[in-house]
Write a protein that binds this ligand. Structure first.
Ligand SMILES: Nc1ncnc2c1ncn2[C@@H]1O[C@H](COP(=O)(O)OP(=O)(O)OP(=O)(O)O)[C@@H](O)[C@H]1O
Ligand SMILES: [Mg+2]
Length: 332
């Protein structure tokens, strides 16, 4: 006989994240202390294709989800019997990849009779700010800049947010990755471009970023500008100027993010500004917004600690309803 839902409601939360190419599991207490945070990145697997191949990602998640969960439990020193809830990313992301995590979470919640909490991946990124040792409390304006999204959010309470602005085309992380590919840095190239840019002159090339109305962003023209700049150089010259191209390109992305984030803060009148998502790891962005709170480096790119963190502020879905839940691909 299975036990009723949420028998151990006060117990730690087991988080699972498989929305893209990281298989991740974490154990987080109700107070937001991270007991374990395990991330298995598939980046190398997808590098040769120049981007994530959804079917390849799903198959790898299937192989990794069980060992990654076991590692997280072992590292946390918490027995599966003492887990109080299972939190899992329901979307947005790659459908096949999300389904692996969702199915694993359903199985654990059903077999162990623990609470089941579906989490929105973007809410998860924001919730990376709510973890110990220095949890941030709303209200604040949040810049969420990742591989698939670039959003400005008004966060008034930990359970949600209002969207103030978004990208009209490419996400900031996507702009980093596409730029990195044009510079021959492989996938995902954001962090590599960041490192290369440190050796270059950010004023060497002029890469303007489109100003669009409101608090929205647009990065697709920038990528084209880099493409033309690269085409204009012969191989030797390109090699010589690669660092300058990286620095100038990064400067343009960072400038756009910084300007809009400051505008959003002014418009809302909120005192605090926070930055989350993979691009929050960027060294120039971190240096350019000294007034902002940044997610800890290890929690910027996808992880399950942020998913478990978000679950602390979401309602559980009771048995048997949670068994019928499906994933979703995009922001509704
Ligand atoms: N130091 C860095 N500088 C710039 N970009 C970076 C850096 N480190 C990581 N990134 C970028 O962050 C992105 C990955 O972030 P994240 O894991 O949050 O995105 P995602 O989960 O793929 O997308 P989403 O969260 O929108 O679904 C990639 O585009 C990567 O290039
Ligand atoms: Mg993400």
């Amino acid at each position: 006989m299975r036990r009723p839902d949420a028998v151990r409601n006060g117990g730690p939360i087991l988080g699972i994240e498989t929305s893209c190419d990281e298989t991740a599991a974490a154990v987080v207490t109700r107070e937001g202390e991270v007991l374990a945070n395990v991330v298995a990145s598939q980046a190398q697997l997808h590098d040769r294709y120049g981007g994530v191949v959804p079917e390849v990602a799903s198959r790898r998640h299937l192989e990794l989800v069980e060992p990654v969960l076991s590692d997280a439990l072992t590292e946390s020193g918490i027995d599966l019997d003492d887990i109080g809830a299972v939190a899992v990313t329901q979307g947005p992301g790659l459908v096949g990849a999300l389904l692996i995590g969702l199915s694993a979470a359903k199985a654990i919640a059903w077999a162990r009779g623990v609470a089941f909490v579906p989490v929105d991946h973007l809410h998860g990124h924001v919730a990376s700010l709510y973890l110990q040792p220095q949890p941030l409390e709303p209200p604040f304006v949040c810049l969420l800049a990742s591989g698939g999204h670039t959003l400005l959010l008004a966060v008034r309470e930990p359970g949600g947010f209002d969207v103030l602005g978004t990208t009209l085309d490419d996400a900031a992380g996507e702009a980093f990755d596409k730029g990195a590919r044009l510079l021959g840095l492989g996938y995902p190239g954001g962090a590599k471009l960041d490192r290369l840019a440190r050796e270059g002159d950010a004023n060497a090339f002029s890469f303007p970023v489109a100003r669009v109305p409101g608090l929205d962003f647009s990065f697709s023209g920038l990528k084209t500008a880099l493409l033309y700049a690269v085409r204009d150089l012969d191989e030797a010259e390109l090699e010589r100027r690669r660092t300058d191209l990286a620095a100038s390109y990064q400067r343009a992305i960072v400038r756009a993010l910084v300007e809009r984030a400051r505008e959003a803060r002014e418009q809302t009148g909120f005192e605090r500004l926070a930055v989350v998502g993979g691009v929050a790891a960027n060294s120039e962005l971190r240096a350019s917004l000294p007034e902002a709170v940044f997610a800890p480096l290890e929690l910027c790119t996808d992880n399950a600690a942020m998913i478990a963190s978000a679950a602390r502020h979401r309602a559980a879905v009771p048995y048997p309803e949670f068994l019928g839940l499906d994933v979703y691909a995009s922001l509704s």
